[in-house]
Design a protein around this ligand. Structure first.
Ligand SMILES: [Fe+2]
Ligand SMILES: [Fe+2]
Length: 361
């Protein structure tokens, strides 16, 4: 069993820098946006003639268009999951976007909000290079770390302090549903009573978080527009394990790290105070997620366990990519959110300590 609370505290204290692989790149723009040669301008040259000179009786040649045809292939979502849509721009990087120094909210709006499934629901993005596509692609993010239940509909996120608080309040609210569903499913599958009781405690924590975060968001001028989460019949163990691995073991664990960071760095006293409380509770939720993980893994087949492990590694790779997204200065300062350099260190530290058992033991 991983000493999760100790790992979270250690990552926060040291933000250890260890090199790791990743697929996100700074500038996948080589050759992208280069105008396609205009086939109409490469008109055939006159064939070499040696006998008959051209006559002046042909009608005038139609004028050649002076404007080359523009690329009209619309951006499209190559793949998407709960937190990230990968948007491919076949026509190259849009005008006004420079990925070499990261992508700000205006640039993300240009690359994420065109021809995509969830316009105006992305809070950040990063460039991404695909092996099998020549043009640039972009990861467009919809989630802030935390545990989201199945079927959660991401709200429209405003890139302001009030917008962040409103989104955080919404995630706290749906975490209540997530723990209600988890309790029901764990009970259905015969999980230990102590684990179910811990999930009930987590639900109570989330009720408190949702109220406090919601109050803070409303005081900041945000309006909350909650959408109800549908509770379905208990799912199979593999489905529960996949969700718990991604939403609990990875996202809630990282959520605890970020909450701890905010508790230290926010310039606003009310935010520091709230995040201190949330950090403590989210650390307990992360420990619960890993307890549930251990129990579930003991119930799964070898192939199913491999699927769960893979999902966790993909989730932390996604966190690593999202950590590269620039955070507006106002959010860094007032909310204490880590800038991308620190966020990357936090994710790296978490990755090392969660998955290198010899260090975590
Ligand atoms: Fe929470
Ligand atoms: Fe939580």
């Amino acid at each position: 069993m991983r000493p999760v609370a100790r790992i979270i505290a250690h990552v926060l204290a040291t933000t250890a820098v260890v090199a790791c692989g990743g697929k996100t790149v700074d500038i996948p723009d080589e050759g992208a946006g280069t105008p396609t040669p205009n086939p109409t301008t490469t008109t055939t040259t006159s064939p070499t003639t040696t006998s008959v000179p051209p006559t002046p009786t042909f009608p005038p040649t139609p004028p050649v268009p002076t404007t080359p045809p523009t690329c009209t292939t619309a951006p499209r979502v190559l793949r998407g999951d709960g937190c990230t849509d990968l948007v491919y721009h076949a026509c190259g990087t849009p005008a006004g976007v420079d990925a070499s120094d990261g992508l700000d909210s205006k640039e993300c709006s240009l690359v994420c909000n065109t021809g995509t499934a969830k316009p105006n629901q992305y809070w950040g993005c990063s460039a991404y290079l695909l092996d099998d596509q020549p043009g640039p692609s972009f990861n467009c993010y919809t989630c802030i770390e935390g545990r989201r239940p199945e079927g959660y509909v991401e709200p429209i996120v405003d890139a302001t302090v009030a917008g962040w608080l409103a989104h955080a309040a919404d995630l706290e609210r749906v975490s209540i549903d997530a723990f209600q569903i988890l309790q029901r499913e764990l009970t259905f599958h015969g999980a230990p009573k102590a684990v179910v009781a811990e999930a009930a405690r987590a639900e109570a924590d989330e009720i408190r978080h949702a109220r406090m975060m919601g109050n803070l968001a409303v005081r900041e001028g945000a309006s909350l527009a909650p959408v109800a989460v549908v509770h379905r019949a208990p799912r199979a163990l593999l489905e529960i394990a996949l969700e718990n691995a991604v939403e609990g073991c990875i996202r809630e664990t990282y959520g605890a790290v970020v909450a701890g960071y905010q508790a230290e760095h926010a310039s606003r006293v009310d935010v520091r105070k709230l995040m201190t409380s949330i950090y403590r509770d989210e650390t307990a939720h992360a420990e619960l997620a890993w307890s549930v993980h251990e129990w579930l893994m003991g119930k799964l087949s070898r192939d199913e366990r491999a699927q769960v492990e893979l999902a966790m590694h993909e989730a932390i790779a996604e966190l690593a990519a999202s950590a590269a997204v620039p955070v507006p200065w106002e959010q860094q300062d007032r909310l204490g959110l880590p800038a991308s350099d620190d966020a990357r260190k936090l994710v790296r530290g978490l990755r090392v300590h969660l998955f290198m058992r010899e260090l975590a033991a």
